[in-house]
Write a protein that binds this ligand. Structure first.
Ligand SMILES: NC(=O)c1ccc[n+]([C@@H]2O[C@H](COP(=O)([O-])OP(=O)(O)OC[C@H]3O[C@@H](n4cnc5c(N)ncnc54)[C@H](O)[C@@H]3O)[C@@H](O)[C@H]2O)c1
Length: 331
């Protein structure tokens, strides 16, 4: 199958491209490189472009003639979204609308969207399942939910066979070390712990140790990026096989196991064999105490089984890449 991957130069997108390639699919990555890296692109074709650039997008779709699309391109920083909400609505919502309109124009049906656990906000119950009421607590989560709602209404009239995958915390790197994680600024916990352990930044701040959790720090569900990538292959293959469409559905992708911030720090110290300097800071507004997925629906509908999402494999694969590329793709 020919699959257009937006955001294919990013962290998760590059792993999705690799998984598609390994499954025998043909890929074209479309990415502005605003946050991505040319060296991360393993796709057969790379097209640099903004999603909002309708003419460029139309030209790429006309030349590549995709049979399916996976849409990962987005801005992804919660604090940035709070500071610049209009930027997030433009880049994440308006740009997604342009993409959907251009795919609809040429009748591309199978569509996989990168959504996020951020749509849940502070869930009333954990593990959180897809039927929980979404209540985002920041503009980033709102933009993800807005695209899901757009898909809900556009799928029928335009014949999309669409699925929104709500990822929990993507982590780890390609076990072969070909691609990795290089965000600037880095906001994800596990790479921040590596940076602190390696002495590449000051001590790590743990935001709050008085939550209602066993050790008082926040608990999150970490899912290996390779397991996430595999879910995209399963999803796109399933959607392609479904014939005529007109539907949109939502699936959680998480490991269904939570680790606290302190547990992550201890696990990194064990794998790296060195201490992680950290201090306890105040709580950050908007952090839920516990966010852990139920992925029963993805397991049932896609036959998805995470195989690398134990904390040790996540840390080993992530650290192997960071150790080899201390300055990311610029090394
Ligand atoms: N990393 C996580 O834990 C996580 C969790 C939930 C959801 N997600 C979602 O997964 C997707 C990928 O996240 P990531 O961590 O790989 O981020 P990333 O920043 O590494 O990748 C995003 C890519 O999209 C590109 N891009 C952004 N806006 C663009 C635009 N307007 N036009 C063209 N290209 C554009 C960037 O250059 C970058 O290469 C995002 O949609 C994100 O919201 C990520």
């Amino acid at each position: 199958m020919k699959v257009l991957v937006t955001g294919g130069a990013g962290y998760i997108g590059s792993h999705v491209v690799k998984a598609l390639r390994d499954a025998g699919h043909r890929t074209a990555a479309y990415d502005s490189l605003i946050r991505g890296h040319r060296k991360a692109v393993l796709a057969e074709e790379f097209h640099q472009g903004e999603l909002a650039d309708r003419d460029r997008l139309r030209e790429v779709i006309a030349s590549f003639r995709p049979e399916a699309a996976i849409h990962l391109a987005a801005l992804t920083s919660v604090p940035e979204s709070v500071a610049q909400p209009s930027l997030y609505y433009r880049q994440n919502v308006e740009a997604s609308l342009t993409l959907l309109e251009e795919l609809a124009r040429v009748g591309v049906g199978p569509f996989v969207f990168s959504s996020s656990a951020a749509v849940y906000g502070t869930p009333e119950r954990v593990p959180v399942a897809e039927d929980a009421t979404p209540r985002p607590i920041n503009p980033y989560g709102e933009t993800k939910l807005a695209v899901e709602r757009m898909l809900h209404w556009m799928a029928g009239p335009h014949g999309f066979r669409a699925v929104s995958l709500r990822y929990f915390n993507a982590s780890g790197c390609d076990p072969a070390g070909e691609i990795g994680e290089d965000h600037d600024p880095e906001t994800h916990l596990i790479p921040l712990v590596y940076l602190a352990a390696a002495g590449r930044r000051g001590q790590l701040t743990v935001y709050g140790d008085d939550y209602d959790t066993p050790d008082g720090t926040c608990v999150r569900d970490y899912v290996h990026v390779g397991d996430l990538a595999h879910a995209h292959v399963l999803a796109v293959e399933k959607l392609a096989g479904l014939g005529n469409g007109g539907f949109h559905e939502v699936l959680n992708l998480g490991a269904e196991r939570g680790y606290s911030v302190l547990e992550v720090i201890r696990a990194v110290e064990k794998v790296l064999g060195r201490p992680v300097p950290y201090e306890i800071g105040p709580r950050r507004p908007g952090d839920a105490a516990v966010l852990v997925a139920s992925s029963a629906k993805a397991r049932a509908e896609l036959g998805w089984r995470p195989t690398r999402s134990d904390l040790e494999t996540i840390i080993r694969t992530g650290w192997a890449w960071h150790e080899k590329h201390p300055h990311g793709y610029d090394d």
